[in-house]
Design a protein around this ligand. Sequence first.
Ligand code: NOJ
Length: 515
Amino acid sequence: MWWRDGVLYQVYPRSFADSDGDGVGDLRGITAHLAHLEWLGVDGLWLNPTFPSPNADWGFDVSDYCGVHPDLGTLEDLDELVARAGERGIKVLLDLVPNHTSDQHPWFRERRDFYVWREGRNGGPPNNWMSNFGGPAWTRDEASGLWYLHNFTPDQPDLDWWNEEVREAFDDILRFWMDRGIAGFRVDVAHGIVKDRELRDNPAATEDDNEHVRRLGQRLEYSMNRDEVHDVFRRFRSVTDPYDGVLLGETWVLDLERLMRFYGDDLDELHLAFNFVFLLADFETAQLAPIVAQTEALLPEHAWPTWTLGNHDMARFPTRWTRGDPGLSRCALMLLLTLRGTPVVYYGDELAMPDAEIPPDRVVDPVGLLDDPDRPGRDGARSPMPWTAEPGAGFSAPGVEPWLPLGELAGVNVAEQKADPQSALHLTRDLIALRRAEEDLRGGSYEEAVVEDGLWAYRRGDGFLVALNLGSDPASLPAEGTIAIGTRRERDGESVARSLLLAPGEGVVLRLARA
Ligand code: NOJ
């Protein structure tokens, strides 16, 4: 299956490439840069929301599920992108947002029964549920006096998935896009679509809960994370399977056992479920290696893991994880591209691009606008892709102000890194190519070999050993073979006779000597 063997690439469409000089990236811009993606060797593109939207949450507030946002182009532009990408062997996935719509979606006026409306309780909201973006998850409608549910901003009313007609509407939406050649969907808030039917109060957080739960002051036991959500995914599959569509879930589930349920008892739900336990850990061997081991151990037979270093909702990995250490950033890319499972590369990761600095007057993300020190805004991770070292970075025409500021660009752009075989970009490309060429690196088993201090070494199949030194001291391990790719590229091709020595922040993929 292409999505098991392949590499996915996530594009934030407003920030990839601006073809018409308005400072906003668009679909034609993506089409114009498909050569980069083909050169990099990716197999699938996941586009963050492309639908018409008032942009209260930058596309995650959809006002028409069967259209294209005018800032991004037209339906024909999307068809063209799918066709041109297909010619290069690249499939396109859209970002489906089934948990909520925009309050500007015609349904919110015409189909009130599609949403969750209730009487208030003692003059306040119907229950104690808190929105993920802070404040109560309910807003009162002055005209009717009733309250509607929104797990995110008040402009994003939650749909009522207990209503069969909502389910039918999404069957049609899935079919609409698959008929147009879309290869599948990333499913937003996949764990939260179905709510408790009785809308019971969420229990209070305890000291044992994770940071997110403690911040909200409650466990999202009834407002999200209901078991009935699994019926929805089985239903999605019954619609997408005839098209061989792939479903990739934003499963924000911080308990790995629960996460595994999203693959379905008969592998009949999501094909891939994002692992936020991994994403929210620190970039340390002692944290990450056990998470990978536990994920491998719990994964149902034949289910397939997926890994990523970040996304549009959190700081980029060179900012969040490796704090600008180039060696560690290379180790992170090596890890992503050598674990067992489908890697998802967030645009700019291939350049080891850090977050952009966003001055307060340029903040546009609703989370950033909360101005809550505990809730960092997400704009820094969504800045324009730097294509060249020229003014405007080849994103927009020179002189055009991009919708979000460009980051610190010294050495971080495609043109310069393409010209430098030692760059993070070439490392990413070479790792993808090696993975493509070597069955052991795609489908081979993951077996932990050494986890000790900062050193993390694992075998992939019989043929390869990956060794990453994420610690601050040199490390060594017994090994014999030839270095296929090193984060220090001068080591490529080196033979290792007995012992492999790694500097701090260094990693290698070793082709093992056959017995
Ligand atoms: C998760 C998305 O990734 C995030 O960007 C968005 O704000 C929320 N869902 C609400 O749709």
